[in-house]
Every structure is written in structure tokens, then in C-alpha cells.
Design a protein around this ligand. Structure first.
Ligand code: CA
Ligand code: CA
Ligand code: CA
Length: 345
């Protein structure tokens, strides 16, 4: 057996998923040094992932998990009891049992494991960008990869189908990964300086009570740097008109504004804003952005106020009028890209 195939089978036996790129390289090297695949299989059971999957579980559970991961079926009773006894009396380690079940496979089990190993290697090979290699990490990504590999059985059609979706499977695993998870920052009524994480952060400004008054915690002197990742600044206000014309904001990709009164938002001097969304207002709306920022306005209850966008890239306005109420005008000015205005009564 090729070393890569052996390593993929070890990942499948223990975790039901394809090897990650650096893991495959590491274990391949270990096998070469030991000149034996069987010699390294026990090392897998010292991993954090093994502990996450099997800590506190019975030996019966572990043996049956090996069968399910390797062959997509429960252990037969004889096999379950035989291997559990070997674990119970310490004759075999988990790695020895996994190896013995693997090399002792018969008939459909051989086909199933072979197909799974082929699919797993294709999955590992498909991770060919930095984002994919970094993103295939953690329990959530592993669960996606495991679900995909579980679709591969002894039927060759399932292998063909899995190979056709391998890029999607990698993308799903990376998207589910918790390495992109960021942090939530709540702004205060003081001057805030926020430095985001490398992940997808959420920064929230809202109206807070201070000495009996309602103060918007996102103030003109606040400084916010979202850093890497797809970051979101949410500005909510149940009491005051919102005016975000000042402030120092960078590397925040999405701005969402929700106000119970009028909304004035000018993100022109902020850097990195891809989308300015005003999703609610209880009065006039004035939204202004750079030519690289899409502007979306919806959910405005204008009253006599006007709804105006200025500049921006693609601009979309969706407005539902109130029957019997005269409202201010809607205008879209200077958009660099596509304009869409939808109004209903
Ligand atoms: Ca503040
Ligand atoms: Ca960030
Ligand atoms: Ca960012």
C-alpha cells in the first residue's frame, strides 16, 4: 500500500475524514522514519481530535465507531465483542485494533474502504490555496468533511458522485471552520478604540443610558479597525437620530444601520466598506458612500422626510409607502454602478 493511502485510511478509521495537507505530510514522514505504517497508527490516539471524539466513551463505542468510519456499517456482534475484549484486557491498543480491522477487511468492506481512501485523497489534493489549507481545521470543518466522506460506499457510483463535488465539499468545510470566527465588540459611551481580530468581527453601537440620557455609543471620536476578515459594524438606535458622518473606521466591510428616527450616514472617508445597509429608519434617510461601496436602503418610514442616496457603487432602494400619508421625495444621486428603486404603496 502506498503510504498516502495508509495515512488516509488512518484518518478515516479514527475520524471519518480526509487528512489535512500538513497532517498528511507529517504522518507520511513518520511512516518513512519508522519504515512501517502500523508503527505510527497508535500515535493518532494521542491527538486532541481523538480525545474530542472518544474521551469518556466505552470500548464498545470506540470499536463500533471504527467500523462505521472505515466501512459505513455497524460492527457485527462477534467482531464487536472480540475487539472490545482485546481493548478491555489491554492486549491491543486502539491503533492495533484499527489496523487489524482495516487489513482484515473482506468483500464489500474492502471496496468501501478503497473508495473512501480515494475520495479522501482527492479531498486533500483539492486543498490547494492558503485559505483552504488554513480553513480545514477544527471540529466544524471536520464534521463537514466527515459527512461528505460518509456518502462514499462500496458502490462505485458514490465515489464518482463524491469526486464530482470535492471542490464544493472543501469549500463547505472551510466555510464551516471556526478559524474565521471573530469577536463581538460592544461600543461604550466613552471614546472607544477597537482593534478587530483576523476573523469576522461584529462591532455594535447602540443607544445606552447615561445619567438619565440616551447616548449613542458609536460616537464621532470612536476609532474602529476591523482588521482582516469580513467585519460588520452595526449601529442601532431606538431613540436618537443617527448621524455617522464623522468617526474613524477602517477595514470594516459591512455597515448596517437600524434607527427608530432619522438616519444620516456618510461612510465616504471610511476605508474598506463594501456595503452600507440602512435597514430601518423612522424618518428621513441620507446615505452617502464612496464609489466602491454598495448602498442598500430599505425599511424606511419617512413621514415627511426624504430618502436620498449620494454616490456609492450599486445602489438599491426598496420603499413601502404608507397609505394616505404624503412622504418626502426619493432620490438617487451620482451612483457609480447599477441603480434599482422599488416602491410600493
Ligand atoms: Ca463610543
Ligand atoms: Ca476582523
Ligand atoms: Ca476586515
Amino acid at each position: 500500500m502506498a503510504t498516502n493511502t495508509d495515512i488516509q485510511k488512518m484518518y478515516i478509521a479514527y475520524f471519518g475524514r480526509a487528512a489535512d495537507v500538513s497532517g498528511l505530510a507529517y504522518w507520511t514522514n513518520q511512516v518513512t522514519l519508522a519504515n512501517s505504517s502500523e508503527a505510527v497508527i497508535n500515535a493518532f490516539s494521542a491527538s486532541a481530535e481523538y480525545a474530542d471524539n472518544y474521551a469518556g466513551k466505552s470500548n464498545e463505542f470506540i470499536v463500533n465507531s471504527l467500523y462505521n468510519n472505515l466501512f459505513g456499517r455497524d460492527a457485527e456482534v462477534d467482531g464487536l465483542l472480540y475487539w472490545t475484549a482485546k481493548l478491555n484486557d489491554g492486549t491491543f491498543s486502539v491503533g492495533n485494533v484499527a489496523w487489524a480491522i482495516m487489513v482484515g477487511a473482506q468483500n464489500e468492506d474492502v471496496l468501501a474502504l478503497g473508495n473512501k481512501a480515494t475520495a479522501a485523497q482527492a479531498f486533500t489534493d483539492a486543498m490547494d490555496t492558503t485559505d483552504e489549507i488554513i480553513g480545514y481545521s477544527g471540529a466544524d470543518a471536520a464534521a463537514e468533511a466527515k459527512a461528505w466522506l460518509a456518502t462514499v460506499t462500496d458502490d462505485s457510483a458514490t465515489l464518482t458522485a463524491a469526486l464530482a463535488t470535492v471542490d464544493t465539499a472543501v469549500a463547505d468545510a472551510v466555510a464551516a471552520s471556526d478559524v474565521n470566527a471573530g469577536q463581538t465588540f460592544m461600543l461604550t459611551t466613552n471614546v472607544d478604540t477597537i482593534t478587530g481580530t483576523a476573523g469576522n468581527d461584529i462591532i455594535i453601537g447602540e443607544d445606552l443610558q447615561l445619567n438619565g440620557a440616551n447616548i449613542q455609543s458609536f460616537g464621532a471620536l470612536d476609532s474602529i479597525d476591523g482588521g482582516a476578515g469580513a467585519d460588520t459594524l452595526k449601529i442601532l438606535d431606538q431613540n436618537n437620530a443617527i448621524n455617522v458622518a464623522g468617526s474613524n473606521v477602517s477595514n470594516v466591510e459591512t455597515v448596517i444601520i437600524q434607527g427608530a428616527a432619522a438616519v444620516t450616514a456618510n461612510t465616504t472617508n471610511w476605508t474598506g466598506v463594501e456595503t452600507l445597509n440602512v435597514t430601518q429608519s423612522g424618518g428621513a434617510v441620507a446615505a452617502t458612500a464612496a464609489a466602491t461601496t454598495d448602498i442598500n436602503v430599505s425599511g424606511a418610514v419617512l413621514g415627511a422626510g426624504t430618502l436620498a442616496t449620494t454616490n456609492g457603487k450599486d445602489v438599491s432602494v426598496t420603499h413601502a409607502g404608507v397609505n394616505g400619508t404624503a412622504e418626502g421625495a426619493i432620490s438617487v444621486n451620482g451612483a457609480a454602478g447599477a441603480v434599482s428603486v422599488t416602491t410600493t404603496n
